[in-house]
Design a protein around this ligand. Structure first.
Ligand code: PXP
Length: 255
């Protein structure tokens, strides 16, 4: 039997804040969503403090980091401003992502190879403060290698292209992308990096990603918050976890 890691679910609560911000005021409260996620068995909370504060805001970070009792994975751009905020709140992990103001959501992985030493300037103080460093990258060997070189603890593999291919009904592209994710995960694991994945995952796409033996954490947000409208947030999280565990158990039985 191959060495399957224990699989965790991180729930991204950004889009509870998107709904809140549509009206101003405090409702719905993303902190309450994080509490519900904990009750439903989430292993961690993820929040992306964007430069333009379009969803999560500065005041959300302290209660998410301190009051929930789950590790906080703070997604952020590699900027001085975000580094200072992270050092103030000391989340469990910082996931560095590329950020463009005009994009609807994070469009691609961080180009760690091209960033070279510029990233080090952000990574080093965070690591010295005991914050784990995760780099959100496309499933490409050069990016995995570069992440390892600059001292990251974790790579989070971008599943967006795989999910798009599924929804487009493009099976060939979906299988190609799944193979790239599997290879990148295997390589990262061999280099001693913890492997996470996320972006665009839903009930229909989560299985093959959860089945990757070295996968340790999936970070899922938009779909779960949307599904909460129909079946409730806790039920959506419970179902997602069940699908993840079933896919993992089946993969283990077959290996
Ligand atoms: N992981 C990272 C690095 C992300 O940027 C996002 C989106 O904010 C997610 C996971 C979650 O993606 P989704 O909301 O599509 O589930």
């Amino acid at each position: 039997m191959s060495d399957h890691k224990k699989l965790r679910l991180g729930v991204n609560i950004d889009h509870v804040a998107t709904i809140r911000n549509a009206r101003g005021g405090g409702l719905p409260d993303p902190v309450r969503a994080a509490e519900a996620a904990k009750r439903a068995g989430a292993d961690g909370i993820t929040a992306h403090l964007r430069e333009d504060r379009r969803h999560i805001g500065d005041d959300d970070i302290a209660p998410l980091a301190e009051n929930i009792g789950l590790p906080l994975n703070l997604e952020m751009a590699a900027t001085d401003e975000m580094c200072a905020i992270a050092l103030r709140h000391k989340p469990n992990a910082c996931c560095l992502v590329p950020e463009k103001r005009q994009e609807v959501t994070t469009e691609g992985g961080l180009d760690v190879r091209a960033a070279g030493n510029k990233l080090q300037y952000i990574i080093d103080p965070l690591k010295q403060a005991g914050i784990r460093i995760s780099l959100f990258i496309d499933p490409v060997a050069e990016q995995v290698e570069a992440a390892h070189k600059c001292g990251a603890d974790i790579v989070e593999l971008h599943t967006g292209t795989y999910c798009h291919a599924f929804h487009d009904g493009d099976e060939a592209r979906m299988n190609d992308e799944l193979a790239r994710l599997q290879q990148a995960a295997q390589m990262a694991d061999r280099l001693g990096l913890e492997v996470h994945a996320g972006h665009g995952l839903c009930f229909d796409t989560v299985g093959p990603i959860a089945a990757i033996p070295s996968m340790v954490e999936l970070n899922i947000g938009h779909f779960l918050i949307g599904e909460a409208i129909f079946i409730g947030l806790e039920a959506a999280i419970i179902k997602m976890r069940e699908l993840m565990q079933a896919a993992r158990a089946q993969a283990m039985a077959q290996s």
